[in-house]
Design a protein around this ligand. Sequence first.
Ligand code: ADP
Ligand code: MG
Length: 629
Amino acid sequence: MPKINVLPKSIAELIAAGEVVERPASIVKEAIENSIDAGATHITVEIQRGGITYIRITDNGCGISGVDVPKAFLRHATSKIEKAVDLDSIMTLGFRGEALAATSAVSRVELFTKTYDEELGTHYKIEGGEEVLYEEVGCPDGTTLIVRDLFYNTPARMKFLKKDVTEGTTVAAVVERQALSHPEIAFKLIRDGKQTLSTSGDGKLASAAYSVLGREISNTLIPVNLTLDGVTVTGLVCKPVSCRASRAYQFTFLNGRYVQSGTVTAASEQAYKNSAMVGKFPVFILCVSVPFETVDVNVHPAKTQVRFSDEKRVFTAVYNAVKNAILSGDTRPEITITPQKKNTFLHMTADEYRQTAVNLPTQQTNKQTATTVKQEPIKPKTEPTRLKSDNTPFFLRDEFKPNIPVKKVEVDIIKEEPVKEILKEEPVKQEVKQEEKEYSPKEEIKLIGEAFNTFIAVQKGESIFLIDKHAAHERILFNNLKATHKIETQTLLIPISVKLIGDEYSAVVNNLSLLAEYGFEVEDFGNESVMVRAIPAMLSKDDVESVIVEAAESLAKMGKVDLERIDDILHTVACKAAIKAGYITSDTEKLNLAIKVLSDNDIMYCPHGRPVAFEIKKYNLEKYFGRIQ
Ligand code: ADP
Ligand code: MG
């Protein structure tokens, strides 16, 4: 029969430590939480080699009194609870009295600490759980924790550590999240001697967001603030047009702690549905507060996933909070062209409808006139009834087809003579292949005009086309870039530095030569920023920051093959270089764009997947207006 042994204390400590300390970032997270609990207003984190060889966390908190220092390193030692109160809230707040014990079991720890009322502070050293130094020392109020040589005594665990830069990025993510959830604390992060983050601690989330996310992103953020059914949601979200290619900029804080919640993510993304483009993700920093007892806590402090006892309530609150913010912000209008469903006549009686006809303007103007028909207000044979929800316009329905006498009247119509341009070749009949159209450049295209400086309207054959000029131009440029693979470069007179975060920074730094192929001369500038020296000639220098940020996002996207990433960069270039909606375009430019769009079957959608043109068939218009049955 196998003999049962009790593990020696040191081995038991190592096993326990493994649960709490997985990597440098876990130590940093625990230490920052301790500093916050100690009331610090300044917290500085310094790491070397991703934190594997060296971590130092300095705070100006309450400090630990000399006699208590050794106790703080014992398992289940905590000053934060005195008796076994409510276990739920202990778990929720993460007071397990384990962090310092676990850290000191797997590394060499040094501590300097002093309380406000002590004259001298304490200098303490503990390596692999064994105290090696305990002395009085002169030091400032607060605590400095230094952790060296993580896992030096557990080589098997050391093997699981990732590359320095990856570990460093994870540490940075931890500090960034803490900085966002505590705008009242001034955080600093120093990586291998360079300061990469500094927040002001002025108490404003927008200031912390500016430091963490950079100017480009933080400029698009709008505030969120709503309490619904006991759930309070505050924070910042981006305008729909500023959604990103990845979820890298989504932060959820639950009762002040960073968490991951599928419910919060889904509710936020739902709020952007129909206003953001498919495949783009909102930027958000959302602070959700709910009563502690409604959270299902995962007792493991290293994990961040949470569940709510009432997911639906949280979903509804977050959805409404974000939706309200989007609606109140200055955002992109939604565009729906569904004439069949938006038929106002369906809500009118026949009589009401005839009244609207009488109200048509009748005075002669100096504009071009045309003839149309006006219905005399006559009483229908039977009392008009409100139309049911039937999609057939009433004038197409059998009961409303009396022989109405008509009278000619003159009404305003657009005066401008359509610019008409006939292409060199003789017009040929449009070929129709099983519903699918072949666009022939030889066909006559007439410019009708442009609405809102955005949508070009042309007539071609038996159809009217509405063309989104930005989407169309973007697609054309993209196709050209893809076909030629040649991008002319312009050198910037003054190089521009761009701040990036985490993965996106590493992605750019690892792809400098790829970017160079596409016309971007970019250098690593340290501090999670890059210096841009040259950009494709077709771009304006005002777009440098946004182009680089978008290219960085594309590059950082996981699981994408290189070709797709290159396409993403080309999309970005094409999008920035393309004419924007709202710009003034000459008639010749409009017509040329329309000719290009309608003569190339490959220009059906913009590179982001939005349609480039809408077709309205003459036949459908005639049917709609009751000219044909
Ligand atoms: P817990 O935070 O769960 O209490 P820790 O192992 O993280 O457990 O810390 C043990 C104790 O050490 C804390 O309860 C606190 O009294 C003290 N302590 C740790 N870090 C600090 C700090 N930065 N400032 C003041 N006290 C600290
Ligand atoms: Mg702690």
